[in-house]
Ligand binder design. Structure first.
Ligand code: G3H
Ligand code: 13P
Ligand code: ZN
Length: 335
């Protein structure tokens, strides 16, 4: 099947109340690891690329590597999504490349650092919705700001989402999905306390309130990596230095899914899995220099982490539930 609009994947997840992972990719091994997990668990999947990923892959490689994933996995619904688009122009570029979904992160200005006002966010999000929907492409917006700064992206300040504003934002802009700020942040250092205590710092109430006000809109959780202890230990035991890394416990994500989160963004756990596998490989195989050996180990590690999440998010088994929609179909639905 061709790439599907993300709206379809999320709307189907709404109907059966499961979550779908949106996994950041930058290279072939990540895509292959994710797709093997999706195929084996029969899961729909969202593959997402940030602006950094577009730059790193010179754009065309992302486009064609994902096209290869589609060709290799005709039975899996796959959506290609732009993560944290910073302007209408970036979203247009992704759509021209063939992305079936874009995020316009209007919570920050085009510099991806300075927080915007509600009205500024509405303005840019509305413009992206108008353009993207005319082509059948899904749009994710964001209201509120997360903590953490990844590769210079993020204000570093937290502004939790106000549920009343979120309801108003969804109605005015027409976004298909909304990312909420509920106390998570990007990267490996999300909390300064143990994961079990961190669990109580996630504002489930915000999800609940937004869901009550706008029941039909799938909600998105950014900064959802669990930063598993075993991955941190693996990295540190083989020469890495990631002190005090803490993520979002899976039990908290599962609770959030029940309350209305349907798209779960994961980048850091994939990075940790790759780093751990390669560090271990080099220590244990100092004479090896065939890149396929250590990139192969990294790909295997991505597969294992992603497969676990597809099972834990409840995505497994749902790939064959529905007939894929095309962007042409979506255009008609939006009209
Ligand atoms: O939300 C940010 C993602 O983790 C993407 O990170 O900009 O380093 O590719 P990146
Ligand atoms: P993590 O850093 O927790 O993996 O979050 C990734 C993310 O939200 C991408 O948009
Ligand atoms: Zn994010």
């Amino acid at each position: 099947m061709p790439l599907v609009p993300m709206k379809q994947i999320l709307d189907e997840a709404m109907k059966k109340n499961y979550g779908v992972g949106a996994f950041n990719v930058n290279n072939m091994e990540q895509i292959q690891g994710i797709m093997r997990a999706a195929k084996e668990t029969r899961s729909p999947v969202i593959v997402q690329a940030s602006r950094g990923a577009l730059k790193y892959t010179n754009m065309y490689y992302i486009k064609h590597m994902v096209a290869a994933a589609v060709e290799d996995n005709p039975e899996i619904p796959i959506s290609l999504h732009l993560d944290h688009g910073n302007s209408l122009q970036t979203c247009k570029l992704a759509i021209e490349l063939g992305f079936t979904s874009v995020m316009i992160d209007g919570s920050l200005k085009e510099d991806s650092k300075t927080p915007t006002t509600f009205d500024e966010n509405v303005k840019v999000t509305k413009a992206v919705v108008e353009y993207a929907h005319s082509l059948g492409v899904t749009v994710e917006g964001e209201l509120g700001t997360l903590g953490g700064i990844e590769d210079g992206v993020g204000s570093g300040k937290v502004k939790l989402t106000d549920p009343d504003e979120a309801a108003k934002f969804i109605k005015i802009t027409g976004v298909d999905a909304l990312a909420l700020a509920i106390g998570t942040s990007h990267g490996a250092y999300k909390f300064k306390v143990d994961p079990e205590i961190a669990k109580n710092m996630i504002k489930m109430d915000i999800i609940k309130q937004v869901r009550e006000k706008v029941p039909g809109t799938p909600l998105v959780m950014h900064g959802s990596s669990s930063v598993p202890r075993e991955l941190i230990d693996l990295v540190n035991n083989y020469g890495g230095q990631l002190p005090h890394a803490v993520g979002v416990p899976m039990s908290a994500i599962q609770e959030a899914i029940k309350l209305g989160i349907k798209k779960i963004n994961v980048d850091t756990d994939g990075r940790l899995a790759i780093t751990g596998a390669i560090r271990k490989f080099f220590v244990e195989n100092p004479a090896e220099f065939d890149p396929r050996s250590y990139f192969g180990a990294a790909r295997q590690a991505v597969y294992e982490v992603v497969k676990g999440k597809m099972i834990d998010f409840g995505t497994a088994g749902h790939a064959g539930d529905y007939e894929p929609l095309t962007l042409e179909d979506m255009k008609k639905i939006y009209v």
